[in-house]
Structures are given as C-alpha cells and as structure tokens.
Design a protein around this ligand. Sequence first.
Ligand code: ARG
Length: 467
Amino acid sequence: MADDTTDTKSSNQMWGGRFASGPDAIMEEINASIGFDKKLFAQDIRGSIAHATMLAHQGIISAEDKDKIVHGLNTILSEIESGNFEFSRQLEDIHMNVEARLATLIGPAAGRLHTARSRNDQVALDFRLWVKEELQKTEQMLTRLIAAFLDRAEEHAESVMPGFTHLQTAQPVTFGHHCMAYVEMFGRDRSRVRHAIEHLDESPIGAAALAGTGYPIDRHMTAKALGFREPTRNSIDTVSDRDFAIEFLSIAAIAGMHLSRLAEEIVIWSTPQFGFVRLSDAFSTGSSIMPQKKNPDAAELVRAKTGRINGSLVALLTIMKGLPLAYSKDMQEDKEQVFDAAESLELAIAAMTGMVRDMTVNTARMKAAAGSGYSTATDLADWLVREAGLPFRDAHHVTGRAVALAESKGCDLAELPLSDLQAIHPDITDQVYDVLTVEASVASRKSFGGTAPSEVRKQIAFWRARN
Ligand code: ARG
C-alpha cells in the first residue's frame, strides 16, 4: 500500500495500516457514513425540496432563492442518478455531500436551505421515507407470494399428503391445506407491514436539532408534501426515535422465520427419501463431483438469510437501548442494519415466490406417504366412538391394539382382515374400511379451518377476496 511506504515510521507505529496518516484519518473513517447513507440521496433531495418550498411559502426565504435551490437540487438528483456525482468522505454524509454540491452549483443561496432544520431531523426524515418505501415494496412482494400459494392450494385442494407433528406422520392432510398455512403466516406478516406503515406515517422534518425552531415554519405543509399523514408531535422524540426501523427489522425477522421454515420444508421434501417436490434447475444446482445430485441451494440460502436479519434486529435494539434522549451519533449505525436486512428479505421473498411457483408436486409420492405410518388410526378411533358408542379413551386403546397387530403383520390398517379387527373388538363391521382410506380421512375433517377439500376451498376464497 502506497500509504504505508510513504508515511513516517513513527506515525506508522502509532496508527498502523490504513490509518497511517494519523488521528484525522481515524476520525474520518469512524465518522463518515457516506459509504452507506448515499442510498438515501433521493429521499434527502425530496425532503430538501419540500423544506425549501415551505420556507419560501412562509416568507422565511425568498422565492428566487427557493427556485435556485430547487433547480440545483434537481440537477444534483440527475447527477447522482446518472453516476456523475463525486461523493466525498470528507463531507461525512449524504446531507453534507448534497449541500456542498448545491453551494458549488448555485452559490450563497445554498446556505439558506439549512434554515430551521438540523441534520438530526433531516436524517430522521430521509430514513423514514426510505423505510416507508421499503415497507410498501415488502407489502407488494408478500402479496405476490400469497398469490403463488393460493394458486398452488387451489390446484392441490384434494391432493393428500401426510401431516406431521414432531416430523412424524400424524394424520393425512391436503397439500392445499398445507399451502394455506403459509398463506396465513404471510398474511399476518403483511398486516404487520401495513400497521408499521401507519405507525411511521408522521413527518419528522421541523423538529430541528431537538427543540423545534423559532422560525414560523409549517410542519403540516411539509408533512403533506412528503406524503405523510401528519407531522410528529414531540421534537425530542422525533430526533431520537428509531422505532420505525426496529419495527421493520422485527417484521423482517418474523417473516424471515416463516420463510426459513418453508425453506426447511422444501429442503426436506426435495430429498430422494421424501420426493414430495422437485425443483427445476432454475432453483437448484448440481454437485461438482456427484452427478446424481440436485441441491436446493436457493432454499438453503433463504434459510440462512434469516440469520442475518435476526442479527440486524438484535444489533439495532442493542445500539438504541442505552441512548439518552435525544440524538446521539450511535444512531448513525442504524442504516446498514436496515439496508442489509431489506436486501436479504427482498431476495428471500423473491426466491420463495419463484420456488413455490416452480416446484413440481409429486402427488403419488405424497399420497403413498400419507397412507403409511398408520395415519388413519385416529379415524378408526373416531369410528369406534361414533358407530360403536365407545368412550374415546377406550377407542384409543382398541385402535392401539389394531395398530400393533398391523405392525406385527407388516401391513396397513386397511389391510387387516375383518376377523382380525373383530377379534380386537366385536362391534367392528366392514363399514370401518370406508374411513381407513386417506381420502375419507381428509374429507371427514370439515370443521372450520380443517383440512377437508371443501374447507380448504372456502379459505382460498376468503383470501382471494381479501387481497
Ligand atoms: N450522518 C448522521 C446520521 O446518520 C446524520 C445526523 C448527524 N447529526 C449530528 N448531530 N451529527 O445519523
């Protein structure tokens, strides 16, 4: 590195490596946020245009200065968008980078933009706008994921699969019903997103450093111009609040957990042992050494992204937990966590939506698995209660004996001859075979929210109307 060789030996010993030039370099490195907050350029410029417009409307700056400022800001916007803007780390953050460029473009009028505001309310504004847009994007992406599940659920309202508890075969369910479980989960995530948008829909600009301002500003005007419902009500809270970012991360963590459970199921289902689903090459990879393999990498990576998102949530909660009111520079560390989690969440939802639509469902494998493991044992017990009048506990015991017998014979419950069943309980008739099939089992579970195809179709209709 050129720095190392050109610097004096003593400063090298003192600061070492990249900080060879001394304390100034360390300060710049730790203080600057431009490396990541340049992502907020569009929000920063939008906020400044709204602020300048309000200042002129209130007679705090002249209309000519406002026009120059707005024109200059729009020029900067297109410079950044077209990649013709030079960001400077010396200028610390996006706010100072934009303001410095504005001064170069329009001269002294640029200095009037920062009247009646501070970087504290400015950054709170920029970040809120960014998180709000991200939440809106998340809402749309979740809606597409839900739609993918609704289509698969409709297609497979009748397809029988084993339902599991403890990952042991429990009772037959339909694949449509299983898909609808995810619709419920992602539906809750989406309503959390909607609530979070409502919570953050207040404009921070005008809180200034922390105490408000003596200039006759109109915070309702800027709130409206920026698409917020209303201005925030307490200037101290406004500049020290990052709940909106933490809420975003919490929602992302919960949705990530759902996505990860789905990912785990896809990983299990796509093993040759299960063989319930098959992913196309679009969402899997081959092995460089074992030609027979098809690995569910995309699902595994979705599962892993959840770890990053959880990390971001814990990081920001920890950053905020000890801060006295109002603003402290610690809060600058909020952005990378949110940006990283947002990127992970977007990718994970997109990948999952793709996989849900892409996967081929092997209904024959699912059905065969649904019938194994004595999955209709509860149906036999229920039949004994209903048709033979046994108390459920006794029926459970009789059924246990039938399962043990079938196990010793190496056959399914439905394959036991009637004489065997009658030897266990004399009231059993050949009617019992009607409930021992997986289709009959599934069709019988018509309770509200149950797995019967007729119920699943009702829930699909409910969610389609809700979208
Ligand atoms: N870059 C800063 C941040 O992200 C902007 C606010 C700076 N305010 C201050 N008083 N130093 O938090």
